[in-house]
Write a protein that binds this ligand. Structure first.
Ligand SMILES: [Zn+2]
Ligand SMILES: [Zn+2]
Length: 212
């Protein structure tokens, strides 16, 4: 399994393309907004001869969904997310305007709702869905036990955690999600974050001030 990350849009959001030896790939949180960012994503997928098969949102904050419509149209792929994120998705055009993102063209509706414990597959690979609300009401993480890694969205960052002051956010819920879903994972688990560098659980247990 290989993971390629891109940092897109004014929020410096991390978009992930994950693929395996079959060349099937999933696209997680496509934040590409400008023509140049879209081209960067497209060129990577073409150069690696990848076949995108699913589009996933860890959550539906505007920075993670700016390229939803583009990706779903470009590769004819369906959106997967948690149903508690639907209100955010429905309001996203209004929210985009607030941030001056006049070119945001909206997002398709999810074809399938992901819930805690679901297994999401592509190629010969799979991810377990972990329900991790708090930063947003329907936030999910994608965990791959075999390769010891988690796509953590905006739950946890290197030495920090996701903000909880946005609508639907709740600090205690976020801490509970981290305690119940992330901390029990093996120390070596690599954490790919929605913003900033990737990290691992052992490092965060030692250095993240929110985990104690
Ligand atoms: Zn967010
Ligand atoms: Zn974000």
């Amino acid at each position: 399994m290989k993971i390629k990350s891109f940092t897109f849009n004014l929020f410096q959001e991390n978009t992930y393309v994950i693929y395996d030896e079959t060349k099937e790939c999933i696209i997680i949180d496509p934040g590409c907004y400008t023509e140049e960012e879209r081209n960067t994503l497209t060129h990577f997928i073409i150069s690696k001869e990848l076949k995108p098969v699913k589009l996933i949102n860890t959550h539906c904050h505007i920075d993670h969904i700016l390229g939803n419509k583009f990706a779903s149209r470009e590769w004819n792929i369906e959106l997967y997310s948690h149903k508690a994120e639907l209100p955010l998705l429905e309001n996203s055009s209004e929210i985009g305007k607030i941030y001056g993102l006049e070119d945001y063209e909206g997002s398709p509706y999810p074809k399938k709702n992901l819930s805690d414990g679901d297994i999401l597959t592509f190629g010969k690979s799979s991810f377990e869905i972990l329900f991790t609300p708090g930063h947003s009401p329907g936030h999910i993480c994608l965990y791959n036990k075999k390769n010891n890694l988690i796509i953590a969205g905006d739950v946890i960052f290197q030495k920090s955690i996701g903000r909880t002051d946005l609508p639907g956010g709740d600090y205690d819920t976020l801490i509970q999600s981290i305690n119940n879903k992330l901390l029990p994972l093996p120390n070596e688990t690599k954490i790919f974050c929605g913003h900033g560098p990737s990290t691992n659980l052992e490092f965060e247990k030692k250095h993240n001030p929110f985990l104690n």
